[in-house]
Design a protein around this ligand. Sequence first.
Ligand SMILES: [Zn+2]
Length: 236
Amino acid sequence: MKLLKSFRVGTLFGIPVDLHPSLLLIIGMFAVVNQAVGLPWYLVAVLGILKACIIYASVLAHEYGHALTARKFGFRTQKILLMIFGGAAFIEGDWVDSRPKDSIKISLAGPAVSLALAIVFLLLAYGTASIFNLTVANPLIELFAWTMIINAILFVFNLLPITPLDGGRVYRAILIMKFGLRKATDVAYYTTVVLGTVLAIVSLAFSSLFTAAIAISLIFMAYQERKNTQIQSELF
Ligand SMILES: [Zn+2]
């Protein structure tokens, strides 16, 4: 059952972008929990909203990395969806299982965009701070530093060899080339269960419920993917 339907905000590079309404909750939350010293409350709230928007704009750029690379290999992207837990590019066709080499390039393109953005915003933060003699307490420098950190996190997190993260896709594609689809899916699944559980425990140890929830949902998604592959290999 779908409680809330996502809505279309526009089309960029010929690919529609949908937002899930739960995002608005996170954006609202950032307006409340954001902290800044020496600024009136409404500016603190605006800064918080900007920070939340930067997260999802960074996710969107990451997804376009996947979608536009997929287009280069002849795969159409139906839409890009931004959700509370991140984003997804709905790339059509059997690119994951039957084209492992293309799948590696499509999977690495997202983290490559995140890394490039992290470097650009690191330089912007450093450059602007030293030219105008500012510290990270300055809202503009804080936003540059925030964008850098978000993209660095997107880069590192997505490269974990956990299915269906980008690193997991690359890992599985390498396994497919070596062992075939069925065994590759099994190995990738067990790796995800182990690493996902470790990630969930570490997240709980650091009281990060959000990351723990992501880790558990990744295990669930890897389970679904393995079940689908089993059904497929029974069908064909
Ligand atoms: Zn990605």
